[in-house]
Design a protein around this ligand. Structure first.
Ligand code: PLP
Length: 463
């Protein structure tokens, strides 16, 4: 592709992106397609001869876009809604252009240093301890997997050499994200060695139950090694009581990994600083800018007080010659702290986002999301046909139609089938409930009002 051909095609692609961002509401949030439909309409084999870029871009518009679920739609309120903001998209484009790979400082000095700068800024804004070292992962699942591996290294360093495990036990809550269990599985801990600690009536881990479980495991000859509380659980955005859990972790010498993948950014706001109370004694913490910080997928941050443990967990008897590098103290080789050798220049898009909006701009958007979520919660609690299913936390509202689970599932299907909004569901207290998660940068009060009207209409149809 010549630079001139690239320039023309890139202008076309960027025009498409700008129109897409402007007109996002005109797309159905959920595509109206059946599984396999896209596969069936694409060629069964790749092209023998290269094709013109105009044809590829046309197929992107006509085939790929209609088969896409639009996470960037302002009425996407399912799961934890996220955003590819303008500055984030630009950062992502330039990241692809540079194609930098900072497995070593030398192979990507800008990426290695910008990762420290951007994560350092965010660390300050969140009020995290200055000694926390940050590294970027693709997802919170990877970040947590690395933390569990580091926790294992800290508790049982012989495993790295022998592969023989003592009976290590990991504790998390009944409402922890499945990524915690998978992290433990990947680190070789075994499902029988994961304890899901009971929650209270607001879906928060109960520290006294945690402590009882630890004592019982110790009495049974087991080796408690790690506890993972969540700030902003997936189902209801509940907050496990970090100070009390941190105290238990300290008492029994457990690695404390905090999953703040969704709610972490709220700590930018003075009124939410308290959610990180107790974090100073955490060994590691994960927060996802690709959830509620307007950064396109994917970018998750792992902060740790003990980076040397991550490095030790992944170190070998001998470093292969092809990766050896001379470096000074300031040359951070990120691949020493994580499984993947190659690393994308993800920090670039985060740096664009942090600079473009600034701390004040980000705070304004987060506050507005929280405000409109709480408006929705107020409408729901005043409507005799509906009820809140959990306290409205941050920008998430869990609610249900006053009817059966079946009716609630039908209501959800009806709303989502309109193509005008996308909500998701979960189980709370054994009942199916609906979730409205506000997190897209384009979502306005008017969007939330429109979604609430759709929900009420669907409720009438299901009654
Ligand atoms: N932790 C929490 C609380 C989550 O809600 C999620 C996903 O929604 C995750 C972790 C996993 O995040 P990721 O998709 O980045 O692996």
């Amino acid at each position: 592709m010549s630079p001139e051909e690239f320039r023309a095609a890139a202008h076309e692609a960027v025009d498409w992106i700008a129109d897409y961002l402007r007109d996002a509401r005109q797309y159905p949030v959920l595509p109206r397609i059946q599984p396999g439909q896209l596969i069936d309409c694409l060629p069964k084999a790749g092209p023998e001869r290269g094709e013109p870029i105009e044809v590829i871009l046309r197929d992107f518009r006509e085939r790929i876009v209609p088969a896409t679920t639009h996470w960037n739609h302002p009425r996407f309120l399912a799961y934890f809604a996220n955003s590819a903001s303008g500055p984030g998209i630009l950062g992502e484009m330039l990241c692809a252009a540079l194609n930098s790979n900072h497995m070593l400082w030398k192979t990507g000095p800008a990426a290695a240093e910008l990762e420290q700068v951007a994560l350092g800024w965010l660390r300050q804004w969140l009020g995290l301890p200055q000694e926390f070292f940050g590294m970027i992962h693709d997802t919170a699942s990877s970040a947590t997997m690395h933390s569990v591996m580091a926790a294992r290294e800290a508790a049982a360093p012989q495993v790295r050499i022998s592969g023989e495990y003592p009976p290590l036990i990991l504790y998390t809550s009944e409402h922890a994200n499945l990524s915690v269990d998978r992290a433990a599985l990947t680190a070789g801990i075994g499902l029988n060695h994961i304890r899901h600690v009971a929650i209270d009536d607001e879906f928060r881990m109960i520290p006294a139950v945690l402590e009882t479980a630890i004592k019982s495991d110790l009495a049974g000859g087991k080796k408690p090694f790690c506890v993972v509380p969540t700030l902003g659980t997936t189902s209801s955005a509940s907050l496990d009581p970090l100070p009390a859990i941190a105290a238990v972790a300290r008492r029994y010498g457990l690695w404390l990994h905090v999953d703040a993948a969704y709610a972490g950014p709220a700590a930018l706001l003075d009124e939410y600083k308290r959610i990180l109370e107790g974090v100073e004694s955490a060994d590691s913490l994960v927060v996802n800018p690709h959830k509620w910080l307007f950064t396109p997928m994917d970018l998750s941050i792992l902060y740790t007080r003990r980076p040397e443990v991550f490095r030790r967990a992944l170190s070998m008897e001998e470093t292969p010659a092809y990766i050896e590098t001379a470096g000074g103290e300031r040359a951070v080789n990120f691949s020493e702290y994580a499984l993947s050798l190659g690393r994308r220049f993800r920090a670039l898009k985060l740096w664009f986002v942090l600079r473009y909006y600034g701390r004040e701009g980000i705070e304004r958007i987060l506050r507005e999301h929280i405000r409109i979520a709480h408006n929705l919660a107020a409408w729901i609690s005043r409507d005799p046909g509906f009820e809140l299913a959990a306290p409205a936390m941050f920008s998430l509202v869990c609610f249900r139609f006053r009817g059966t689970d079946e009716q609630n599932r039908e209501l959800l299907e009806r709303v989502n089938a309109t193509g005008q909004a996308f909500l998701s569901g979960t189980m709370l207290n054994g009942r199916f409930v609906l979730r409205a998660a506000i997190g897209n940068i384009g979502t306005t009060a008017a969007d939330v009002e429109a979604v609430w009207r759709l929900v009420k209409d669907a409720g009438r149809a299901c009654a």
